[in-house]
Design a protein around this ligand. Structure first.
Ligand SMILES: [Fe+2]
Length: 291
């Protein structure tokens, strides 16, 4: 298996406290895999912008399984399916059924929360809303919160967060233990015209202000939608997106319209959270035909 590793800058914050009761001889390390934007279609030969999506995700899954450690969980930050139909989710489910690592999912703008709930097996969690896919889970005293930013079709590809979700986030942030947050949409501009105009969460600034007020207890905010690995740090809050498993976006400064890039590699990130430090390592696997 050909795996390429690119190291992102170490995102370290001395202001992020250790977990409650944690000290040197009792370190709590979490390692999870971050994937996003698989865009699986109803059949194996489905293509997105001329690029097959099934084969790359299959290769990424093989890459994850060949890692020399057991991740605590895999988080998929949305756009599981290219369109929210049952065949696509059923095909996705068949691809991950033999992976013995808990899977967690976030609703993307191409997904439907109800269908994710009914078609996919999600790791142990506590639901915080009934209609939306909003829930929390805990691993080794680390807390994780999944938000649902999918809005009505008219606002696509923007996302939106209801006041009810703001109340839930507020409540979770009032607790002492460190929290990581997963959402499909970027909150903040990334210095790229078309993304900053079309792709952000409508309430991004308001949500960021809430996160910033609790920055010392947020390990990181992880998202997708950009089909590209990005890092944004603002007011002590660390945001990290992962590239797509199949097709990447061009995100250059001043770029007014989206462009698609077929890298012939499928991406995933390994995230390590330990002792107030977050490390994100981008991995990629070759997705062309074996020669
Ligand atoms: Fe998306």
């Amino acid at each position: 298996m050909d795996i390429k590793v690119r190291y992102y800058p170490l995102l370290n914050s001395s202001s992020c406290p250790p977990a409650v009761g944690q000290h040197d001889k009792d370190r709590i390390m979490i390692r999870f895999i971050h994937i996003s934007d698989t865009h699986i279609g109803p059949s194996k030969d489905f293509e997105l912008q001329g690029v097959n999506t099934y084969n790359p995700f299959q290769k990424v899954l093989e890459g994850i399984q060949s890692l020399p450690f057991q991740p605590d969980f895999i988080i998929h930050t949305g756009d599981i399916a290219a369109d929210p139909d049952r065949q696509s989710y059923s095909l996705f489910a068949s691809m991950v059924k033999d992976i013995h690592i808990p899977f967690y999912y976030v609703t993307g703008n191409h997904d439907e929360s109800a269908m994710i709930k009914s078609e996919l097996q999600i790791g142990e969690k506590e639901d915080l809303m009934t209609d939306n896919l909003v829930y929390r889970f805990e691993v080794s005293r680390r807390r994780f919160l999944v938000l649902d930013g999918r809005g009505p079709r008219e606002i696509d590809p923007h996302g939106t967060i209801s006041d009810e979700q703001f109340d839930i986030i507020d409540k979770e942030l009032s607790k002492d233990q460190p929290l990581s947050i997963f959402i499909h949409f970027p909150l903040l501009p990334i210095d790229c015209s078309w993304v900053d105009r079309d792709m952000l969460l409508f309430e991004g600034d308001r949500l960021h202000d809430l996160f910033a007020a609790h920055a010392e207890k947020i390990n990181g905010v992880f998202f997708g939608h950009l089909h590209r690995g990005t890092t944004v740090i603002k007011d002590g809050v660390r945001y990290s997106s992962v590239a797509s498993t199949c097709l990447q976006f061009g995100l250059l400064p001043g770029q007014d319209q989206p462009t698609f890039e077929d890298h012939k590699r499928g991406y995933f990130n390994i995230v390590t959270i330990e002792d107030g430090k977050m490390v994100v390592k981008e991995q990629s696997v070759k997705i062309g035909k074996e020669i």
